[in-house]
Design a protein around this ligand. Structure first.
Ligand SMILES: [Zn+2]
Length: 58
């Protein structure tokens, strides 16, 4: 996820992808504080086509 940084600590969130396939992937987040988690979750909600990106070959 691009452009998401904690306004207080200037940290980017860490994303963890879990799942047996791309159809059943779940994304978990870790970050420096609750504020960053909020921002990151909002970004994920906006960025639904993330799955499309994952399907593309590198
Ligand atoms: Zn923070």
């Amino acid at each position: 996820m691009r452009g998401v940084r904690c306004p207080e600590h200037h940290q980017a969130p860490r994303l963890h992808f879990h799942g047996v396939s791309l159809d059943e992937i779940t994304i978990s987040l870790s970050g420096c504080c609750a504020r960053l988690m909020e921002l990151a979750n909002a970004q994920i909600a906006l960025a639904e086509p993330v799955r499309e990106d994952l399907r593309k070959p590198a």
